[in-house]
Structure formats: C-alpha cells, structure tokens
Ligand binder design. Sequence first.
Ligand code: NAP
Length: 435
Amino acid sequence: MTKAIKIGMAGFGNVGKGTYDVLQKNKDLIAQRSGADISVKRVVVRKPERVIPLVSEDVIVGHDWKDIINDPEIDVVVEVMGGIEPARSFIMEAINKGKHVVTANKALLAECGNEIFAAAQKAGVNVAFEAAVAGSIPIVKALREGLAANDIKWIAGIINGTCNFILSTMRDTGRAFDDVLAEAQKLGYAEADPTFDIEGIDTAHKIMLLSSIAFGVPVNMQKVHIEGISKLEAKDIKFAEELGYRIKLLGITKNQDYGVEVRVHPALVPNRRLLANVEGAMNAVVVKGDAAESSLYYGKGAGGEPTGSAVIADLVDIARTLNVDVSERPKMPTLRHSGEQLPWADFGDIVASYYMRIPVEDRPGVLAEITRIIADNNISIESLIQKESLDNKGTEVIMMTHSAKEAAVQKAIRTMQALSSVNGPIVLLRKEELV
Ligand code: NAP
C-alpha cells in the first residue's frame, strides 16, 4: 500500500519551486519508486502572496516556520531558505520534534553541521543534503553508496558554476575578469554581490562537506585554505593554455601521510583531462578511490529543477525507510565522526607543483638570481620560458616546478619578491595532475 508522506517546505525560491514542480510533474514515477505518495502540505516564505498562485489550493502557504514544526502530520521538512538563521533554528527544532530533514544549505552545514548531525543522531532522524553539493549530481550518494568499498584518496571538483562560467569565458575571449563578471551578472550566472562565489567561499563549503563524508573529519571551515579567482589575470590563463593547461577553480581534499588537506584555489589542470574540459556553468567532481580508481561525475550544479531533483532523491530515500525501525535503517548521508579521527594537514606541508610568473628587469644575471633562489629552497624546475612584457617594462619569467612543499615555495617567493630586479608582484598558481 502506498503510504502518504506530508512535507513542510521552508523557502520557495529557485530550489523550492523547482522541487515542487518536479514533485508534481513526476508524481506517479516518484510514487512507484519510493512506495509513497509524497506531497507538500505547507510552504513557508516571507511573502506568501507571491507563492499562493504557484501552488495547488490544498497547500497551506504561510510566513511562520513554526507552523511546519508544530504540524504533527508533517514527517519530513525541506529547508531551502538558505543562510544561517532562521534555517538553523528551523532544522534544529524539526529534529527535536522527530522530523527528518532535507536541506540544500551548504553554508549552514559547513558552519553548523557538527551540531546539526549530532542532534539528528541523538533524535534518530535523518538530515540529508544531496542538493547542497553540486546540485543535480548525486555525489553524496556516490561517495556513500557507490564507492562504499573504497578507501578514498582524494576528491577534486569544479563545484561553483559562476566561477567556471567566468574562467571559461575569460579563456575563450581573452577578456579581463571584471568585464566577464559584469556579463555573468547580466546573464544571471552571478549574484549582485558575487563575493561568496568568486572568493571561493561557496566552493569551500561544498568541498568541506565532501571531505567530511569521505574522510570522516568534522566540518571545520578554519581548516580550509581558500583563494578565489578575483585576482586572476587573463594573461595567466593564456600562458597556461600555451603550456597545455586550463585554469579551473578547484575544491580539493586529499588524505595524505601528513594529514587531511582541504583547499580551494585556481589550479592548472592538463587540458587532456576531462575535468579541464568542463566548460561554462557546469559542475564536475573526480573521486579517486583505491579500488575504483578515478571516477568522474558531471552535471548541472545549480538551477531550480536540477537541484530539486537532488532534494527529491533524498525524499525518496527517506520515504523508503520511514516505516522501518531507526536501528534497522540504512545509514543516511550523515558526516562520520566515529572511529579515530584523521589529523588535519598544515597548509605549509602540502606538496604540489607550481606555476610562477615573475616580472623582472631585462638584464643579464637576473635569471641566474632567480634560479639560485629556487635551488636554495630545494625546488626543481620543470620548465622555464621568458616572455616579453606587453607594457615594455621588462620581461616575464614563466616557471613550472616539479613537486615541492608549499612552505618552501612560499619562502622562495618571498625571497624573489625582495630582489631589486623583480619589478612587480609574482603570480603563484598550483598545478593539479589529477592522477
Ligand atoms: P532563493 O531563490 O533566494 O529563495 C529563498 C526562499 O527562501 C524564498 O522563497 C524566500 O522567501 C525564502 N526565505 C528566505 N528567508 C526566509 C525567512 N527568514 N523566512 C521564510 N522564508 C524565507 O534561494 P535558492 O536559490 O532557492 O536557494 C535556496 C538554498 O538552496 C540555499 O541554501 C542555496 O545555497 C541552496 N542551493 C541553491 C541552488 C540554486 O541553484 N539556486 C543550488 C544548490 C543549492 P521570499 O521569496 O518570500 O523572500
């Protein structure tokens, strides 16, 4: 017999409406697959008058999220408001009332996930968040189920469509960052205040969540090294291309001998890698497991219905287990805290290979000074080319290194930057071979 599951939805913007529309459109399919008739009973927003014409008459639309909490018929709440408050209070109160939670809110989980998951575990309810990372791509499920047999080595992802659109357009057109950002805002790919996206914070939230699932570390944004794309220059994208690389904003997490590293920065990716060819606003995540080796997940990282698809996947999972005793339910995508916790890596300990652009005076001996500093810091050079500066102020040395320790590279950069022959800021980018 099909059971009825009533949903209370807080938020009805892009994701809320997308979720509602897909639930309506594919009602029969979803009922067959979940064994449940999943319907939205209540929607809560700030301006109910905007939502009332968008939903059927039997949906109660209000502005007080406590109405959802206090409705005993509602088994599962969907939080798609975004932000920290009142989303946090809404979720915590729902958990305390024994309701399951589905959320798309990566910012909230990255900041308050430990508290939320501990409360959910105590209350015996699920907090599911497939939609919070990479929109439509079932990456949480892939890590939790499809790759359950694997000791995960690393994850690298293009998980912010705004940044990928900007970087793809800069490469295609040779235009400057600010110019392309303005176009992205006009096209609706970037927010009026784009800081969260372009400074890498959104990517950091998502990679932190993936790191937590893969390596069982508690969420801790203090441990994430974050560099965005706002300072990236078109000429570095061009030089990287000439060397056979594309620059992508990557969220990276690795389980290394020296600890778990979580970092976000623009990175040179060899253009023969599939990840380098993910263009426009698309998202993709590569996972390296010890048994499965590399697997790639590609799709739409945002948008109402694509993200709604992920919200409903979680609803279906919850529906399938709703009548099963808590102790018998399969583990939901909660963050793992049990067992021995892996140590965090210091950013200075990470090992990568590097791209450096060093603006220098065009005179004899300069190259020798630079290469001596590099050698003094135990860094080995993979290739070195000299470019004529476009503004005739000297020349630019483009150096690619073999694997080196971040701390040594930073020390070399400081020493080179102090040379009188270096006549501008040195650009440092990391290279990810992804093998
Ligand atoms: P949105 O379009 O701005 O919609 C937010 C909704 O929440 C609106 O209906 C708004 O109501 C409601 N809301 C906000 N504050 C509220 C409050 N204090 N009380 C009641 N209702 C409130 O946002 P969205 O793009 O759907 O994103 C929602 C969540 O999904 C965020 O956490 C976001 O990070 C995540 N997400 C979004 C996407 C995407 O493609 N957009 C993809 C993945 C994850 P009013 O309209 O009445 O103000």
